[in-house]
Structure formats: structure tokens, C-alpha cells
Design a protein around this ligand. Structure first.
Ligand SMILES: [Zn+2]
Length: 295
């Protein structure tokens, strides 16, 4: 009963993997199962804001402005979202927020584009309302809450702690690791002989994983086809009078932090035992690395 489960905020579908959740709002844990559910959830909210804009325009006597149709221009919307003149963050009393992006375009008759949206990791994730106006009074109605002092910096996200926007990068690395695992496994299947230790028995040898990684007889360094550094950890053992090798194939991933500190991580891709001296020769390819890598 204690397993983690997440329910789509719209359709209430149960999701067991946090990776499957889609988020829209920075300051809320509200999550969804699909783009479709996001659309459906926010539709009544979008209508509510559209209605508020209609009423406000009537009140200010700017109900019909010709510039409103300009917001159907994706190029203009893109400029307003990526290079706004002003950003406002409005937060209500229970901590929910939305953002207002304002950009002034100055052709013969200048107009302002106003976009009310949610941000996730400082990227626009859902547009609640978009309009264009020449009325300073209407524009003023959208301003409120906290004014972001430097919109360019805010959007550039350089000040965010690495962990906050690293999620996508890490997901990329995870995908790359999965792809490498599959490639090595496919190669192993080709290189293995039928008489070797069967796959079904590999788990009986898992107890040798730790000692191989911590105290290998040999480590060979090599590059894979993608130019990544591969390390083969090898250690010889005896079990019930039979000699075998235990192999752990690892990839080294480098992560640069602002070009200064580099974090190197060695991640095991596959581990397997073998009785086959020929296989041993195949996998001890590359350069023999001295013991300083052991730890
Ligand atoms: Zn859903």
C-alpha cells in the first residue's frame, strides 16, 4: 500500500513512474499524464481569462482593437516570449503563480503584446492568454505582482543551481547509457561460445561484482565507436575448482560545470563471468591502465 503512485490531475489515471509525469507550473506539483489532459484541464481556466479580458476591454472602451489579430503571428509570439521587455510574476495567496510577458513592437503605430503564461524551469509551458493592445490602460491592468528585474538574465537561466535544469541532461545521459548497454550486450551475444556460462546463471556470479570493481587484476581503457572512454575491469576467480574471469564494462561520463570543475563518473554498463580464454582476449582490448584508477 505504500508504493508511490501519481494521479493525472485531469483524468486521474494512476502513474507509477515519476518520469511519466508532465508538469506545467513552476511552483506546483500539479502533474498530468498527457498533453491532451493538460489542454483539457486548462481549457476552462483559459476561457475564464478570455472572458475577463473581454469585460476589461469593454470597461476601458477598447473592445475592438485591430492589432489583436497580430498575435496569430508565431514569429511575433516567439519574440515576445524569448525577448520580452518586461516580465511580471503574479502569485496568489496559496502560492500558485503565473507570469506576464510584455513586449512593445514599434512599427508606424506601436502596439504591445501581452502573454499570460505558466513557466516550468523558466520556460513557457502553457499560455493562458495572449493579446495585443495599444491601450496603456489595458496594459497596466496586466502589470502586478513582482517585476522581474532583468528579463534577459531570467530567461537565460544561468543563475539556476545546476540541479534544477540538469534533469533533461541527465535524462539524455541515461538514454545514451541504455543505448550503449544494448550495443555491448549484442556484441557479447555474438562473441560468446555456446559452452560458456549460460546467461541464466549470471546472477550466481553477482557476488563477484563488488570485488572486481574495487580490486581488479587489470583495467583496460578503450574508446567506443562514439568516442566515449570505456574501461574494462577484469578479475580472475576460482569457484568449485573452476577458473573464470569476471568482467565489468564501464563507460566514463564527464560533466562540465561552468568549464571549471569536471566531474567524472564511471558507470558500469554490463558485467559477466566467462570461462572462455578467447573472450578474455577480445575484451582485454585497449591500453592497460595503471592501478591509480582502481579507486
Ligand atoms: Zn490524464
Amino acid at each position: 500500500m505504500n508504493r508511490s503512485v501519481y494521479f493525472c490531475n485531469h483524468c486521474k489515471k494512476a502513474l507509477l513512474d515519476v518520469e511519466e509525469l508532465l508538469f506545467v507550473e513552476e511552483s506546483s506539483a500539479r502533474s498530468f499524464c498527457s498533453e491532451d489532459c493538460i489542454e483539457k484541464y486548462y481549457q476552462p481556466i483559459v476561457s475564464w481569462y478570455e472572458n475577463l479580458e473581454r469585460e476589461t476591454r469593454v470597461e476601458l472602451k477598447v473592445a475592438d482593437e485591430d492589432c489583436r489579430s497580430l498575435i496569430s503571428d508565431p514569429n511575433l509570439m516567439d519574440k515576445a516570449l524569448t525577448k520580452p521587455d518586461e516580465i511580471w510574476r503574479y502569485e496568489n495567496e496559496i502560492g500558485e503563480d503565473h507570469f506576464i510577458f510584455i513586449k512593445t513592437f514599434s512599427p508606424e503605430r506601436p502596439f504591445h503584446v501581452v502573454i499570460m503564461c505558466h513557466l516550468f524551469e523558466r520556460q513557457p509551458s502553457f499560455i493562458l492568454l495572449a493579446t495585443a493592445t495599444r491601450s496603456p490602460k489595458l496594459l497596466d491592468k496586466f502589470r502586478g505582482g513582482e517585476k522581474i528585474t532583468n528579463p534577459d538574465e531570467f530567461i537565460a537561466r544561468d543563475d539556476l543551481p545546476a540541479g534544477a535544469i540538469d534533469l533533461e541532461l541527465e535524462q539524455e545521459s541515461l538514454n545514451a547509457i541504455e543505448a550503449k548497454k544494448s550495443a555491448f550486450l549484442a556484441r557479447l551475444l555474438q562473441d560468446r561460445i555456446a559452452a560458456d556460462i549460460p546467461f541464466e546463471q549470471f546472477d550466481l556470479y553477482e557476488k563477484y561484482f563488488k570485488t572486481t570493481l574495487e580490486d581488479p587484476d587489470e583495467i583496460y581503457a578503450d574508446e567506443d565507436d562514439e568516442g566515449d572512454q570505456i574501461f574494462n575491469y577484469i578479475k580472475a576467480y576460482q569457484q568449485n575448482g573452476v577458473s573464470f574471469y569476471y568482467f565489468i564494462i564501464c563507460v566514463e561520463l564527464e560533466k562540465e560545470d561552468d568549464g571549471q570543475a569536471q566531474t567524472r563518473k564511471i558507470i558500469p554498463l554490463i558485467a559477466f563471468p566467462t570461462l572462455d580464454g578467447e573472450l578474455y582476449k577480445i575484451y582485454k582490448s585497449g591500453t592497460l591502465v595503471s592501478g591509480n584508477l582502481k579507486n
